[in-house]
Design a binder for this molecule. Structure first.
Ligand SMILES: [Zn+2]
Length: 59
């Protein structure tokens, strides 16, 4: 899942993987929200790094 935050109202939308780079209308304020690419380098997604660390396969 990808977290796309609305720049207008700050509402965070959960979108499925594969929609990176697409745009949609915020359900809260109808503003255009662009879906970030979590796997892209230089994205600055700290939350994604933290999530990935929790899923580290040990064995
Ligand atoms: Zn919004």
């Amino acid at each position: 899942m990808i977290a796309a935050k609305c720049a207008e109202c700050g509402h965070v939308h959960k979108v499925k993987d594969g929609n990176e780079g697409r745009k949609f209308n915020c359900r809260q304020c109808k503003a255009t929200v662009k879906i970030p690419s979590p796997s892209a380098s230089g994205g600055g997604g700290e939350a994604f790094e933290e999530e990935a660390a929790c899923q580290t396969p040990g064995t």
